[in-house]
Design a protein around this ligand. Sequence first.
Ligand code: NAD
Ligand code: UGA
Length: 458
Amino acid sequence: MQITMIGAGYVGLTTGTCLANMGHDVCCYDIDSRRITRLERFDLPIYEPGLENAMRRAVEVGHLRFSSKIRTSVSEADAVFIAVGTPSAPTGGIDLTHVFSAARQIAPHLKRGAVIVIKSTVVVGTAQRVREMIARERGAFDIRVASNPEFLREGSAMRDFAEPDRIVLGADDARSRRLLRSIYGTFEKIGIPMVVTSTGNAELIKYAANAFLAMKIGFINDVADLCEKAGGDIADVTRGIGLDHRIGDSFLQPGPGFGGSCFPKDTRAFAATGRQYGAPQKLIETLIARNDQRKTALARRIVKEARLAPGSKVTVLGLAFKANTDDVREAAALSIIPFLREAGMHVTVHDPKAAFNARAHLSDVTWSDCPYKACKDAAAVVFLTEWEEYRALDLGRLAKTLSGDFLFDYRNLFEPRTVARHGLRYASLGRSTIFTRQRADVSSLETWPRQIAAPGHI
Ligand code: NAD
Ligand code: UGA
């Protein structure tokens, strides 16, 4: 099948490449012609593990090409996917400008019988609005609009495409339904569940899924706070609840507050849609506020617990909103670092992949290309992204590099005992205890985690 992907970003590129490797003929179009020129040289504008090799394979066998010319990209396509950004609008809803302008751009060039497939995350009713827009532009021309929301995660996008839990196909007419089914026929054959539904339901499913996943994270972050105060251990608690299959053990990792290009904007959009339809999503409204507060609270905790005076050096390791991506959109680092700067700290930062993107958002920090060098003479070090490279750091070497002895681990990368053995004071999430520097104190680890404290004794 001839497929065109409008928007060669995280979703457009990974989905386009994977569809090409399934045997479809795919053209990735982007309005940014420099991006296309780079792609033609395999100079990828994003970091996504496995993408470059898959892309090279698809191009070599002639199933994938890139273009910045709208007419030739679209005119032969059976299906035109719209995978452009849907950022937050100032009201909290989403800004559909890119989706509508993409639809307007492709409208004059679509062949009779083509189906527009909205892959971008859009609020309920958007497919219908695009349909009306196309009808205005093309009159009685036989063009359909369908919805196929995407569930991949950055950092594991290739695997998520290959092994989806389900595929959601939103169509309001038989032809669109047939076309979507044939695009994903290979998956259906191997038993991947297909949720075939209306475009409106598909749009609602996408937001409800992201809101629910974000809620799991928000919930476990609050439970982690309670564990800290009550002397509990979040790892045991998550295992204890996650083994209940009704709850499940995924998305229960405490962190510095969820970030990224999706959960923050999608929860805001979901809440705004609820308000618009008179069906308030109170849980989600609270979640959004709690998540924002968490980032500030964890920033304040660094200054307070390490008793940092203005002028102290703090090193932040990890700028990406999660590991295995170079994306810093709404990353915790972008809230925590400005707070530290305002509190008068000198901040040195490092990230293995996201430093380039972070430069547009952070000023007045010192950039480092090595985590050990970044920590030199720092009063405290803060881990914000769960890169494997950080997990593998030699803590003894790190401890010697620091001038202070505080390690804030907001991803629970290390074992408290291990950190303490290196004479560092350790603050992590959902685990009580900040160990003191003296080696003698390591004996107290035998009693860790301490007895659950009664509220009065916290
Ligand atoms: P992105 O910002 O990485 O990429 C969007 C691309 O669209 C950019 O390259 C931009 O130049 C291009 N573009 C904008 N307007 C255009 C136009 N009129 N014509 C052609 N190209 C245009 O965005 P993304 O992260 O890939 O997200 C795209 C959509 O997919 C969003 O709605 C997002 O919520 C959703 N989504 C993202 C993810 C993810 O992990 N990033 C996962 C699932 C769904
Ligand atoms: C998320 C969803 O997981 C995807 O299914 C969805 O397609 C995508 O949003 C989207 O709609 O764009 P993504 O944002 O790439 O994917 O990354 P996640 O792995 O979901 O992480 C989001 C944030 O939550 C990160 O800041 C991460 O560190 C945090 N998180 C995640 C936790 O704090 N704890 C967890 O257990 C999981």
